[in-house]
Ligand binder design. Sequence first.
Ligand SMILES: [Zn+2]
Length: 480
Amino acid sequence: MAHFLERFYPFVPAPLQNLGISLYGFAWKRERLGGQFPRYVSEFRERDRWSPEQMGAHLKTELRRLLCHAFDRVPYYQRLWQKHGITRKELAQIEVDQLSRIPHTPKEDLRANADSFVAQNVPREKLNRYFSSGSTGTPITSICTADDHQKFIAARDVRSLGWAGTSIRSPRSMIGGRSVVPQGVSRPPFHRYNWAEEQLYFSAYHIAPANIAHYVAALNHHQPGVLTGYAHSHFLLAQMMCAQNLSLDYEPMAAVLSSEKLTRQMKATIKRALRTRAFEEYGAVENCVLATECECGHLHANLDFGILEIVDDDGQPMPPGVDGRVLCTGLLNHTQPLIRYEIGDVASWSLESCACGREHLPVIKEIVGRLEDVIVGPDGRQLVRFHWVALDLPDIMETQVVQEALDQFTVKVVTRNQLDREIEQIIQRRFCDRLGPVSVRLERVSSIPRSERGKFRSVISKISLPARTPFGCAQLAGSL
Ligand SMILES: [Zn+2]
């Protein structure tokens, strides 16, 4: 049904699109909040109050279980560990602080062959696939079952939304990556409504000064209790509201925002215009990591979701306060296990503990994603996230978007083969759909240079707009 709806979606009027979204929303709700979801929620709640010793024992058991499962059933790890002479016995007795004995998993390996990470005992008809941009502008395929999905959402319900004083059952709004409002549409409404979950879904691609009043009117009309989605899109919205002396006429319970780093300035602007506190959520489409902001304003690593390591170039742990590469071992996804997976972000542990008392969930001082500029279109709309440039174009390995002038773009591409005319036309059309009439020049390059500390800049604007720092992955799988 989903494919049928998606195919005809852009061509039907907005009320029918609302109906389509609601039908899809109903099925989506059953998948995520059905099955064992209530049990998983109570388990996450229970672990919320644990001591560090209880959590340590749990992590050891879960880690050993995951590693033995991967050894027995996952082709990628069978090959990798055989090459390194790692035995099942060694994995069955490993301690959490001995993880650095195991080689890390480069993101490129998942990108190149996502199916080699899938456990052989999972029936193929149960596999769901999610696509998202990786840190180098090329898509990642994340694979899980409905049951895995229920665990991920349970964790986010308890930790991301629960700590912010709200829940997945609250009416909510979303600004995210789905093109709910077809790109060519230039008239309001710039949102659609999912009755199944009382969810207001806004377009991230129509945030422009001329459209802001329509966003505000929709929020005031539906009054969602929690605002979710891209941090930077909410910041842009709030900034434009402030410039036009607009603010909401009610106070939402919270904004739980992800995909980009949420700075103090962004939080203050959101508080002023959207009249609520913004909480940071750090996750990934691969669902191997989740860090969430507590009541006291600190970002805690939810180790029972995934073990997060911060390491040096040799894979050894960094002391608190020192920046290192983030490696994640997802404990919930046994369908497509990721073990010491390099997500592409840099972070450091905090030197301080948090007053909230959750000593078993360590505090992250800061996460630094890659640098990405904001793009402004000829009509003033501002765009973030360019994962769509190379989506479903498997020949393209990396892209870098450079805005030369308001209506002129260069896209640098690293490809396996020669660039053909058809790919050029597809990319040109994608830009025009989202930004109106602009010219796009494709330039094939052998590699895209990294900036300081090996950071990749996937979007560069030569028009002076502030840079932002999105995290290694665009969006959490199974968006709220
Ligand atoms: Zn805390």
